[in-house]
Design a protein around this ligand. Structure first.
Ligand code: TRP
Length: 435
């Protein structure tokens, strides 16, 4: 099976140069590899969480769609769609919502950050927090699991969401799969590129810092003006300049070949004026994105062409989503009516033997716990804790959050035990506790 790569962009604004260098360009390049099937989409249901301005939603999803196409996405090779054109996604969201523990959502970073901000402002903890924001990770899990994506390129801030998607996938597989796996467990792919492009002031390029260089909006003029505002040191023309730590040089590098990078550094050491360096940067960037901007402007003038492309993309996506959703509906018991299987309906559900946590104290006076299979094989062995309470806290965390907290837990896996077996054992315990 080819590797499936999937990512979405929330459609609340326009894209800047950092989005292009960090997300669009690497995704398009990766989509050309053989053995890779790519899914790229406009996360417009996610946009509704943060934005109640219909015109802004409409504008942003059109602009972002046009950006992908102008940047060279091949929609024959990849599947390109709007999230909101795939009704299977919200339907899957509900099925997943019903197997997601509220406690786990309480610990989502985005939600916790909003709660902290409320408390800091002396407000009620949940002031202005919608159920959409709260359940955001489940919608995102549905985006990913609907297409059985193996890899999900995202920024660091999204990694927790991918872990939650894995977790809910495992729980669903365990509860309803009867040995069959409905979902691939996705992995986050965090490339250095996704984070690195600095903005005008040297901090990460981000709308929230107001330091962005626009990608297409405003044309070459806006690009030139933004570049003119990149902060440099005060060395005069003729003075040697240091490339190290210069935002201008880092942005240059993102568009340059290694020969161009070396030549630019040599010129700076030789005293190139910052004004001239900015001209060189403009020429370099515009050389790459100028032709795309022309395509972008043409597409924006013909939204019906983009609409047609996206309708075709939605049909392609739904051809994958609909059969999987039909299987899932069947699995949870939403079936076409037929005579009930009387015996099966009456028989108590055979309980699989569950793994167990044991807490104990060793001769060294320290407190330990382990997780073993019902037949006594060690899956996890903890470090020694000074207090029994600390060991107990970890057991509790593992029992409620499952594999989401494994990475930071002071435990080692038993001999010959892989990550997956542990994750399934934890999922089984959580599911049993929920019954
Ligand atoms: N939440 C992501 C962000 O804000 C966007 C997104 C929605 C996404 N669904 C996704 C990313 C699925 C990857 C996979 O950046």
């Amino acid at each position: 099976m080819p590797q499936r790569v999937l990512t979405g962009i929330t459609t609340t604004g326009t894209l800047h140069l950092g989005n292009y260098v960090g997300a669009i360009r690497p995704c398009i390049i990766a989509s050309r590899e053989t053995g890779v099937e790519s899914f790229f989409f406009m996360a417009d249901y996610h946009a509704l969480i943060k934005c109640d301005d219909p015109e802004r939603i409409e504008r942003s999803r059109l602009q972002i769609a046009a950006t992908w196409l102008a940047a060279g996405l091949d929609t024959e090779r990849s599947t390109f769609y709007r999230q909101s054109d795939i009704p299977e996604i919200p339907e899957l969201t509900w099925l997943l919502t019903c197997v997601t523990s509220k406690g786990q959502m309480n610990r989502a970073h985005a939600y916790k950050a909003s709660v902290d901000a409320n408390l800091a402002a002396g407000e009620d903890a949940d002031a202005n927090i919608s159920m959409g924001l709260y359940s955001y990770p489940i919608l995102m899990a549905a985006d990913i699991l609907m297409f059985n994506a193996h890899r999900v390129p995202v920024g660091k801030d999204q990694v927790q969401h991918i872990e939650m998607a894995r977790d809910v996938a495992q729980r669903f597989n365990h509860l309803f799969g009867q040995g069959k796996e409905f979902f691939v467990l996705p992995e986050a792919q965090v490339d250095a590129e996704m984070e690195l492009l600095p903005g005008l002031d040297g901090r990460k390029m981000s709308k929230s810092y107001d330091n962005v260089i626009p990608l297409f909006e405003g044309g070459a003029k806006a690009l030139r003006e933004a570049i003119a505002r990149i902060v440099t040191d005060s060395r005069l023309p003729g003075e040697p300049k240091d490339a190290e730590g210069s935002a201008l040089v880092t942005i240059y590098d993102a568009f340059a070949t290694s020969a161009q990078r070396a030549a630019f550094r040599a010129e700076l050491r030789g005293g190139l004026a910052w004004g001239d360096a900015k001209q060189r940067l403009f020429d370099l960037i515009d050389g790459e994105i100028g032709p795309m901007r022309d395509r972008y402007d043409t597409l924006m003038a013909h939204p019906e062409r983009i609409e047609e492309t996206l309708q075709a993309g939605a049909a392609k996506a739904r051809a994958i989503a609909a059969p999987l959703l039909a299987t899932l509906r069947e699995a949870v018991g939403l079936r076409r009516f037929q005579p009930l299987k009387a015996a099966a309906a009456e028989a108590p559900k055979a309980k699989a033997a569950l793994p167990v946590f044991k807490q104990y104290r060793e001769a060294d006076g320290r407190f330990y716990f382990k997780l073993s299979t019902h037949d006594g094989r060690t899956l996890l062995q903890s470090e020694g804790f000074a207090g029994g309470r600390d060991a107990g806290e970890w057991v509790k965390k593992l029992k409620t959050d499952g594999s989401a907290v494994l990475a930071g837990a002071p435990v080692a896996r038993g001999d010959g035990v892989d990550e997956r077996e542990v994750a399934e054992a934890l999922a089984a315990l959580i599911a049993a506790a929920a019954e």
